[in-house]
Design a protein around this ligand. Structure first.
Ligand SMILES: Nc1ncnc2c1ncn2[C@@H]1O[C@H](COP(=O)(O)OP(=O)(O)OP(=O)(O)O)[C@@H](O)[C@H]1O
Length: 210
């Protein structure tokens, strides 16, 4: 079967969202296949996070259609194919970096070819593996959350502002991680303001407003 014969992983057609009759965004049309990376661009308040929440199924869109592997999406997906990293990182502050990853792996399984200690080292946390997350810096916490994403299986990554709080090396690292993930057949949707220049032209853009 050719690559394009399978339905896309995610497809949005005429997707719109309103709050009290005010259109927050839309209509939006986009489609993601294995290997795709898209950058969601828009000013503060343009609805990027709202769109992410809709894609995870946490919020319901008002108009249009959303499909996952060709099937209409009607609520949160719980099969582990779709992983969301939001502004709130969802880390357990009273556990160490290593323990946070171990909990995630215990719940969701280990991504083939990954290993917790090596992933923490790769992401720049060598020597911090056994520190409590609450004692880590904002950028280090973000790295733990990204490492967690890397060690568990998942097809589509929804990353809301993954570059926030990261230094230049951290930003390059996110781009590397994204390239690895999409190169291995995953897909990613990324929001950001600063990311625009960092991702260059490799990522197609979804604009919240013309
Ligand atoms: N829980 C909420 N209740 C009411 N209005 C909300 C709520 N969350 C967001 N909004 C409004 O919806 C609009 C879109 O917000 P959203 O957080 O999606 O924007 P954003 O593009 O992610 O912004 P930023 O770049 O600042 O993170 C804003 O006008 C915001 O005030």
């Amino acid at each position: 079967m050719s690559r394009n014969a399978a339905p896309p992983l995610l497809e949005a057609k005429g997707l719109s969202f309103y709050r009290q009759d005010e259109c927050i965004f839309g209509p939006l049309d986009f489609c993601l296949r294995a290997g795709d990376l898209r950058l969601i661009e828009g000013d503060n308040g343009s609805g990027k996070t709202t769109l992410m929440r809709i894609l995870t199924g946490l919020l319901r869109h008002d108009e249009g259609e959303l499909r996952w592997r060709g099937e209409l999406m009607t609520g949160p997906r719980r099969d582990g194919e779709l992983l969301f990293l939001g502004h709130q990182l969802g880390l357990k502050h009273e556990l160490t970096a290593r323990e946070n990853l171990a909990v995630a792996v215990g719940l969701h399984g280990l991504r083939p070819g990954r290993e917790i200690a090596a992933t923490l080292a790769d992401i720049g946390l060598r020597g911090y593996e056994d520190e409590l997350v609450r004692s880590l810096s904002a950028g280090q916490k973000k790295r733990v959350a990204l490492a967690r994403l890397m060690v568990i299986p998942g097809t589509l990554w929804l990353l809301d502002e993954p570059y926030a709080n990261l230094d230049r090396a951290g930003i390059d690292m996110v781009n590397q991680i994204l390239a690895q993930h999409t190169g291995a057949g995953g897909a990613a949707l990324v929001t950001g303001h600063g990311a625009v220049s960092f991702l260059g032209d490799s990522a197609a853009r979804i604009r919240m407003h013309d």
